[in-house]
Ligand binder design. Structure first.
Ligand SMILES: N[C@@H](CCC(=O)N[C@@H](CS)C(=O)NCC(=O)O)C(=O)O
Length: 205
C-alpha cells in the first residue's frame, strides 16, 4: 500500500490515522503542496483532482479521504468502523458529509489561512466553525462517539481538523464534550497525532 499525502493536511491525517489504527503497513510518499507537486502531470494521472490524499493498494488507486476510509473499512476491517446496520451506516454517512462540507469550509478553512496563507475571510470561516462546534458539542451530550456506541469512520473523519482548529484561531475551550471526545480518539490503540503548527491560538507565547 502506498499513501500519497502531506504532513500538514488534515484530509491526509484522517487516512494515516485509520491505516495506523488498522495496523496496515504502508509506504508514505510526501506530495509537497508548497511546490505544487499535486498538480504535476504525473500526479494528475493518479488523481485528476490534483489533491492529497491518494492511496495505491497494489494497483487499486483510491482518491478522496472519505472514500479511502470507506475502502479501507470495507476491505480490511471486520470490527465495525463502518457499521452495516442501516441507521448506524446512515449516521456515519451523515458525518462524512459534514466532514466534506461544514468541516472543510469551517475549521479547515480557518486553519488554511494561518498555516498556508489562504485568502479566506477569517471572521466568516471562524464563525462557521463555531456553528459546527456547537452542533458537535450537542451531538456528544449523551454519547461518547458520533455515530454509534463505538468509534466509527465518523469520528476519524472529523478528528483532525477539529483537533487542530485552534491553529486557525478557533477556540475549543467552550466545548467540553468535544475536547473529551478528542481525548478519547487520542487514547485509541494505534493513534498517530496530526503534526502541530505553532500558529493562531497554538502559537508559542
Ligand atoms: N475532498 C478531498 C479534499 C482533499 C483536499 O482538500 N486536499 C488538500 C490538502 S488538505 C489539497 O490537496 N490541496 C491542494 C490543492 O487543492 O491544490 C478529500 O477529502 O480528500
Amino acid at each position: 500500500m502506498k499513501l500519497y499525502f502531506h504532513p500538514l493536511s488534515g484530509h491526509s491525517h484522517r487516512v494515516r490515522l485509520f491505516l495506523s489504527l488498522l495496523g496496515i503497513e504502508h509506504e508514505q510518499i510526501v506530495v509537497d503542496l508548497t511546490k505544487r507537486e499535486q498538480k504535476t502531470p504525473e500526479f494528475l494521472k493518479l488523481n485528476p483532482f490534483g489533491q492529497v490524499p491518494v492511496i495505491d493498494d497494489q494497483g487499486t488507486v483510491v482518491v478522496d479521504s472519505n472514500a479511502i476510509l470507506v475502502y479501507l473499512a470495507k476491505k480490511y476491517d471486520k470490527t465495525g468502523w463502518l457499521p452495516e446496520e442501516p441507521a448506524a451506516a446512515a449516521a456515519v454517512q451523515k458525518w462524512l458529509s459534514v466532514a466534506a462540507g461544514d468541516v472543510a469550509y469551517g475549521p479547515a478553512a480557518a486553519r488554511l489561512i494561518t498555516v498556508f496563507g489562504a485568502a479566506f475571510n477569517a471572521d466568516e470561516v471562524i464563525a462557521r466553525a463555531h456553528v459546527l462546534l456547537k452542533r458537535i458539542e450537542a451531538a456528544l451530550t449523551d454519547r461518547e462517539w458520533l455515530a454509534a456506541p463505538r468509534p466509527t469512520l465518523a469520528d476519524l473523519a472529523l478528528y483532525s481538523y477539529i483537533a487542530r482548529a485552534p491553529e486557525g484561531n478557533v477556540d475549543l475551550s467552550a466545548y467540553p464534550n468535544v475536547t473529551a471526545w478528542l481525548a478519547r480518539i487520542e487514547a485509541l490503540p494505534g493513534f498517530v497525532p496530526f503534526q502541530q503548527t505553532a500558529v493562531g491560538l497554538s502559537a508559542k507565547r
